[in-house]
Write a protein that binds this ligand. Structure first.
Ligand code: 13P
Length: 340
């Protein structure tokens, strides 16, 4: 394991003002996104859409990394430049989603565990050859009124995340470790904080047991936030404070960066929450973003699958990237949203 390389890639991804674009939707997920704008999910449409994202001018100022899906890692621009090379040439680190999705956890109705460990060593070696420098694995933890998640469900997911992370570092790839506590459900912010705490505690215990180098990884957690169906939604300051309190308790200072998922928040809320956390002053780690929907929803809305709207789509991406870049410094204002 080349620890210097792991550290340097992890730090580059969360360099000043920078974060990650999660463009690693699996084919079923991108189909859902395309359905919302009546675009057919063909291989060429998926390629074209990702090309629009990755060639947008100016995104390199605020994107330290982009996460790709297997198919996308192997695709090219119209001019024949492989996407990983295009990104790397622009100073953006290419990464790859390597998990194979969350499946029902046997013996634990209502809970899931993420699959994809079998054969992972071989796949990581190939991804590295194709130009990936980091990877992502997402564990899904749902909150239910009853006893879900169970301690076992959390442990099973933490164990899989740690096995994945150790394999990544062995292969010279920086693991992004993503234990996502879902914001679906009617639970309050306190329950989210308690479950997020349990999950982070279990994840770092397993990472440590598996010998994962904290300095050569990134954490991709949910923010601590009330469930979507909860009648009482916490304010921006309350979300920022609860999230940082929870992370400071359970995430070692050796980890270079936290890159939040957006998880179904609106683009504006995700930026505002990130901003509020950074406005609270320096933390032990960089506090950044790895947004999928919160960066791409405005892009899809602008694009609509039309070639005459490519410039507008790229403008929409650049705007979200710039605003999240400002939020990295605690300098974003909601009023900036209305500026064109
Ligand atoms: P969202 O920001 O849309 O939650 O996606 C981030 C991601 O990569 C989930 O794995």
């Amino acid at each position: 394991m080349n620890t210097d390389e792991l550290r340097s890639v992890a730090n580059a991804i969360v360099a000043r003002q920078k974060g990650v674009l999660a463009a690693d939707e699996s084919n079923p997920t991108i189909k859902k996104r395309f359905d919302s704008i009546q675009v057919e999910s063909t291989e060429e449409n998926r390629r074209r859409y990702r090309e629009i994202l990755f060639t947008a001018e100016g995104i390199e100022r605020t994107l330290g990394g982009v996460i790709l899906f297997d198919e996308t890692l192997r695709q090219h621009t119209r001019d024949g430049i492989p996407f990983p090379r295009l990104l790397a040439d622009r100073g953006i680190v290419p990464g790859i989603k390597v998990d194979q999705g969350a499946k029902a956890l046997a013996g634990h109705p209502g809970e899931k565990v993420t699959e994809g460990l079998d054969g992972l060593r071989g796949r990581l070696a190939e991804y590295k050859q194709l130009g990936a420098q980091f990877a992502k694995w997402r564990a899904v933890i749902e909150i239910d009124e009853r006893d879900i998640p169970s301690a076992f469900g959390i442990r099973a997911n933490a164990h899989a995340l740690a096995r994945y992370a150790a394999l990544c570092q062995e292969a010279g790839l920086v693991p992004i470790v993503e234990p996502e506590v879902l914001m679906d459900g009617a639970h309050g912010i306190e329950r989210c904080e308690a479950v997020t705490a349990q999950a982070l505690q279990a994840v770092f215990a397993e990472l440590d047991a598996h010998g994962v180098l904290f300095e050569g990884m990134l954490l991709k957690p949910n923010m601590v936030i009330a469930g979507k169906k909860c009648a009482h939604q916490a304010g921006v300051e309350a979300v920022a404070e609860a999230t940082l309190r929870c992370l400071r308790r359970y995430v070692p200072a050796a980890v270079p960066g936290i890159v939040f998922l957006s998880g179904g928040q609106s683009a504006e809320d995700a930026t505002e929450h990130l901003n509020a956390m950074n406005a609270l002053g320096p933390q032990p780690w960089q506090v950044s973003f790895s947004y999928g929907r919160a960066l791409q929803a405005p892009v899809l809305a602008a694009w609509q699958g039309r070639e005459d709207r490519v410039a507008a789509a790229q403008q929409a991406l650049l705007k979200r990237c710039d605003l999240n870049g400002l939020a990295r410094d605690g300098k974003y204002l909601r009023a900036m949203e209305s500026a064109t």
